[in-house]
Design a protein around this ligand. Structure first.
Ligand SMILES: NC(=O)c1ccc[n+]([C@@H]2O[C@H](COP(=O)([O-])OP(=O)(O)OC[C@H]3O[C@@H](n4cnc5c(N)ncnc54)[C@H](OP(=O)(O)O)[C@@H]3O)[C@@H](O)[C@H]2O)c1
Ligand SMILES: [Zn+2]
Ligand SMILES: [Zn+2]
Length: 392
């Protein structure tokens, strides 16, 4: 049974670049589940959207409180998680060949379902993009796996690796510290590349066999490093690709996960002569999520979390720590015990109106046009072209 509509609170960005509690009113559709959010990880991608009036967060975990009449995969009381992709058509070439995350009718974070996110009291999602959390895994451990974990695991799994390969991980943050653990447990030798010498001991504990401080002086080359087969770029700033091409095995693969950054220039001739692949990837497929969760339980892979209360103050503190570079290694917002007594949720129109009036504190390159949200696509479908601007 559904008793619509449902009202809950979603923590949204705002033009003033502050987190605002906003009332969300939604129906539980036939294939939907109402989830009470208990935990949410906080990804660097969220920092790009805090100046946009939309629901924040895409590393959610919670408990199903209501299901639509056609829901088959879940039941009330189940613990589930979700990530970057919310919907797909399941009837197109991509969907029918296991590439539903690349469906041209998909809805993804920041480009569809803008009225809700994982930083919230509740959310309503299509059952197809809710993933059962294994009993042996805590919800706090599961949350960062919903984007950070799934993105790095999915990259390696979708493109293939051998346990005799060498895997480089550039940038040891939320994605990077999980990438080291995955690659190590997949049997690969792992080389961590970091701008922060102080992360050496922890990177080694995560499973890195070698730790290299990325040289900052222009013209410096990397040397004395055995060649690498897979290079996961997990840094928030684009690295110098010239530097890394020097130490790649011919026919190696680069996975440039860094999002919403300026375009990069690759040394074109080096690519041709070395047969290196630059492989775009975005999160894990549905099957990839299931495999990842199983793999984490089997190999005791866990994110290193810093917890904050799921409140405006907690989210803003988490955002500040992440941007300051002091996060070790993933912020997780926790609903239980969070004191929201001083928070008053506003109507969505008030946040949009405030947007029109506020002076932006931070300039963001991302433009989200809510009007077009009905179909969730903009022709480029969240792949927003060379100028870094997107319309939905
Ligand atoms: N494609 C996808 O599917 C996908 C999914 C999720 C996230 N992302 C993107 O992946 C990136 C990483 O996300 P995250 O949540 O892991 O971020 P994060 O926790 O902030 O980690 C990023 C790491 O990058 C390094 N770094 C920070 N500032 C840097 C700078 N100015 N120059 C060079 N390195 C710097 C730091 O590592 P060191 O101290 O070790 O250098 C930092 O810990 C973001 O751009 C995010 O938007 C992409
Ligand atoms: Zn993310
Ligand atoms: Zn499709």
């Amino acid at each position: 049974m559904t008793a619509d509509p449902v009202q809950f609170v979603t923590y949204c960005g705002s033009k003033a670049n502050r987190v605002v509690p906003v009332k969300t009113t939604r129906s539980v559709g036939p294939n939907d589940c109402l989830v009470e959010v208990t935990h949410s990880g906080y990804c660097a991608t969220d920092t790009y959207f805090t100046a946009v009036p939309m629901g924040l967060g895409h590393e959610g975990v919670g408990v199903i409180r209501r299901v639509g009449p056609a829901v088959k995969q879940h039941k009330v009381g189940d613990r589930v998680g979700w990530g970057f992709v919310h919907e797909a058509c399941f009837n197109c070439k991509q969907c029918l060949s296991g590439g539903e995350i690349y469906c041209l009718k998909r809805k993804i974070y920041g480009f569809g379902n803008l009225d809700q996110g994982s930083l919230a009291t509740h959310a309503i999602w299509d059952e197809n993009f809710l993933f059962p959390i294994p009993d042996a895994m805590s919800s706090s451990v599961a949350a960062p796996l919903m984007c950070a974990g799934a993105s790095v695991f999915g990259s390696l799994q979708q493109r293939g690796y051998k346990s005799t390969d060498r895997c480089g991980v550039v940038g040891i943050g939320g994605l990077g510290h999980l990438a080291i653990q995955f690659a190590h447990k997949m049997g690969m030798e792992v080389v961590a590349f970091s701008t922060t010498e102080a992360k050496r001991a922890e990177a080694t504990a995560f499973g890195a066999d070698e730790f290299v401080v990325i040289p900052r002086e222009p013209g410096t080359r990397l040397s004395g490093i055995r060649r690498i087969d897979h290079l996961l770029i997990c840094s928030t700033a684009q690295p110098d690709y010239h530097l890394f091409l020097d130490i790649l095995e011919p026919r190696a693969t680069i996975y440039p996960l860094t999002a919403f950054e300026k375009d990069v220039t690759y040394p074109h001739l080096d690519l041709i002569f070395s047969g290196v692949t630059i492989q775009g990837t975005m999160i894990a497929t549905k099957q990839g999520f299931i495999d990842m969760l199983k793999f984490c339980v089997q190999h005791n892979i866990k994110p290193a979390n810093q917890e904050y209360p799921m409140t405006v103050a907690g989210i803003e503190a988490c955002n500040t720590d992440l941007k300051a570079g002091t996060m070790r290694y993933r912020g997780v917002l926790v609903a239980e015990g969070a004191d929201r007594s001083s928070e008053t949720a506003i109507e969505p129109e008030a946040n949009t109106k405030a947007e029109a009036e506020a002076e932006p504190e931070t300039v963001t390159e991302i433009t989200v046009v809510v009007d077009g949200e009905k179909n969730g696509t903009n022709g480029t479908n969240g792949t927003n072209g060379a100028n870094g601007k997107a319309e939905v």
